[in-house]
Design a protein around this ligand. Sequence first.
Ligand SMILES: *[C@@H]1O[C@H](CO)[C@@H](O)[C@H](O)[C@H]1NC(C)=O
Ligand SMILES: *[C@@H]1O[C@H](CO)[C@@H](O)[C@H](O)[C@H]1NC(C)=O
Ligand SMILES: *[C@@H]1O[C@H](CO)[C@@H](O)[C@H](O)[C@H]1NC(C)=O
Length: 241
Amino acid sequence: MKIRVVVLSILIFLTSCKKLPSNFKLCDHFGPNLNECLTDAVTSAVHQMKNGLPEIDAPPLDPLQISSAAVEKGGLHIHFFDIHVYNITDSLVHHVNATITSSRIHMTMLASAEEILTTMDYNIKGSLLVFTLNGGDKAVIRFKNVTFDLELDGDVVEKNGEQRFRINTFTAKLDPALVTYDMQDIFQGQKELTDVFNRALNENWHVFFYETQPEFEEILSQFLVQYANNVFKYVPIEKPN
Ligand SMILES: *[C@@H]1O[C@H](CO)[C@@H](O)[C@H](O)[C@H]1NC(C)=O
Ligand SMILES: *[C@@H]1O[C@H](CO)[C@@H](O)[C@H](O)[C@H]1NC(C)=O
Ligand SMILES: *[C@@H]1O[C@H](CO)[C@@H](O)[C@H](O)[C@H]1NC(C)=O
């Protein structure tokens, strides 16, 4: 019994101790130049998150890891596993437009990245272009010169007498200049056919990209809501002056 009590109090102590590192940039939510401050704060937060922030149990952003994602569309079944997304923390935040009141937060952000590299395992079944597919192995997908249009919306919740923002939606629209695919071994043991498929896919990259874009943006959006809430849990809201 005693041991249990001790363990419990250590856990409570650890939980209540978690906070953002002291060099984490915060903005006066009701101050002037909020958008300029947030542009810097978001840029620096994303860099600080590169290897994760153990202080608040935030996982690394580079590479960002997603265990699995499925896309079902028009007879095409695709399952991705063990997804690693690289280069996110090299993104540039161009501008932030925030509207913050004592009960709501709404932000739009424009960011871009020269390259986002993703690696994963995959299974694909169905028809795409002129191919009938039923296979899978490893894939490398590169998004070049990507623009991100981000929008988040949230309200304010109170816990233990303290107010925090709670993010309800966080959407991301991706606009790449080019996507390249390397779907390895899609026709198992048939290297030439696999090469023909990859060439066709890359020549028509937008067909596959636009086909799967809404599903990918939805997966990204769920990740962003979760990740942002874990950070905002530790961001105090000051009262307006
Ligand atoms: C993206 O990340 C990969 C893996 O870390 C790295 O090799 C590559 O240079 C990065 N690309 C850019 C444009 O920074
Ligand atoms: C910023 O957002 C507000 C409210 O959503 C909008 O009215 C305003 O036009 C936006 N400003 C810019 C510069 O995008
Ligand atoms: C990406 O942008 C750079 C710099 O503007 C440009 O040199 C390059 O050709 C672009 N690449 C693609 C694939 O659009």
